[in-house]
Design a protein around this ligand. Structure first.
Ligand code: PDD
Length: 283
C-alpha cells in the first residue's frame, strides 16, 4: 500500500483524511501539478513549482508555498514508495471553510496533499505505436492557463474519445485546436513545427516549453500559431506533450491517418531529445 502526503504527514493511503468541507471537495477550489519521476528523481521540478506558484497567485491563495519543503516531501514520497519511474501528483487546496461561495479569509490554512503512481513513461505502447485522437468542442472556462482541478469536461471528453475507439480528444474552438484533455497539441508540416500560443485558453505546459527549447537547439523551425482541425488532418506528423507523455506521436485524427498511422521520424527525434533534456533536469 502506498504512503501518501497530507498536510506535513506521511500516512498510509487508507489512513489519509481530508475534511468534507475542504474547498477542493466543494468548489474544485484547488490547483495541482504532476511531476514525472525518472531514475527515482524529479523531472523539471523547479518549473512545476513556478507554475504552481503562478496558479495560486492567479486565484488569490493567501499563503505562499515553501519550495524547499515541497522538494523535500516530493523526494521522500518517491523514496518511501520506491518509485523509479512514474509521477508525483500534488494538490494544493484553498483549505477548509464553512460552505460559502465567497473565498474564506486569506489566512485559511491550505490543504496540501500528494501521492505517487508507478508508470512506464519511457518504454510503453503509446510511445511505440502512437495514439489516436478525435476532436470535440472545447466547453471549458476561459482560464485554462491556471492548473485547477476542475477537470470534469476533459474527463467527459476523454471518455467520449474512448467510447469511439480513440485514445484521447483534442478540444476545439471555432474550428481551431486548443489542446488535448491533459496535454498540449502539436503538428508538423514539412520541416515546420506548429503549436498554439499559450494564452488564457490553454495550459502552458512545462513539457511544451522544454520541447520548444530542444527544437530551437536543434535548429528546427517552430511557429506559435493556432491551427485548424483540417490543418491537423493534413499534417505530415502530429504529437502531444505532457509531463507523463513527454512527446507522444499522434497517428490518427478523427478518421484521417497521419504519417501512415505510424510515429513520424521528426516526432521520434523530438521525443528522444525531450527525454534527454528531462534527464538533464533531474532533482
Ligand atoms: N496534465 N494541457 C492540459 C490541459 C494539461 O492538463 C496538461 C498536463 C498539459 C501539459 O502540461 P505539462 O507538460 O506541464 O504536463 C497541457 C497533467 C499531466 C495531468 O493532468 O495529468
Amino acid at each position: 500500500m502506498r504512503t501518501v502526503y497530507v498536510n506535513g504527514e506521511f500516512v498510509l493511503e487508507k489512513d489519509a483524511k481530508v475534511s468534507i468541507f475542504d474547498r477542493a471537495f466543494l468548489f474544485a477550489d484547488a490547483v495541482y501539478e504532476v511531476t514525472s519521476v525518472l531514475n527515482g528523481k524529479l523531472v523539471d521540478f523547479d518549473n512545476h513549482m513556478k507554475r504552481l506558484h503562478r496558479s495560486m497567485k492567479e486565484l488569490n491563495f493567501g499563503t505562499k508555498i515553501k519550495e524547499k519543503e515541497f522538494l523535500e516531501f516530493h523526494r521522500k514520497l518517491v523514496s518511501l514508495n520506491k518509485i523509479n519511474e512514474g509521477i508525483v501528483y500534488l494538490q494544493v487546496s484553498r483549505g477548509v471553510a464553512e460552505r460559502d461561495f465567497a473565498f474564506p479569509p486569506s489566512d485559511t490554512e491550505l490543504t496540501i496533499t500528494a501521492f505517487t503512481q508507478k508508470k512506464k513513461l519511457i518504454d510503453n505502447k503509446t510511445a511505440k505505436e502512437g495514439i489516436t485522437i478525435i476532436t470535440v468542442d472545447d466547453l471549458r472556462w476561459k482560464r485554462c492557463d491556471i492548473k485547477t482541478i476542475q477537470l470534469l469536461y476533459p474527463s467527459i471528453a476523454k471518455t467520449e474519445a474512448m467510447k469511439k475507439g480513440a485514445d484521447d480528444a483534442w478540444m476545439t474552438q471555432n474550428g481551431y485546436i486548443m489542446e488535448g484533455t491533459s496535454n498540449n497539441a502539436w503538428i508538423i508540416k514539412g520541416k515546420t513545427i506548429y503549436t498554439r500560443e499559450a494564452d488564457n485558453l490553454i495550459l502552458s505546459g512545462i513539457t511544451r516549453r522544454a520541447v520548444i527549447e530542444v527544437a530551437m537547439k536543434l535548429n528546427y523551425k517552430i511557429i506559435h500559431k493556432q491551427f485548424t482541425v483540417q490543418e491537423a488532418e493534413n499534417a505530415d506528423e502530429a504529437f502531444i506533450t505532457s509531463a507523463t507523455a513527454f512527446v507522444t506521436p499522434v497517428v490518427k485524427i478523427n478518421n484521417t491517418r497521419i504519417s501512415k498511422e505510424k510515429p513520424g521520424i521528426f516526432t521520434q527525434s523530438l521525443r528522444e531529445a525531450c527525454i534527454q533534456q528531462a534527464l538533464a533536469t533531474l532533482k
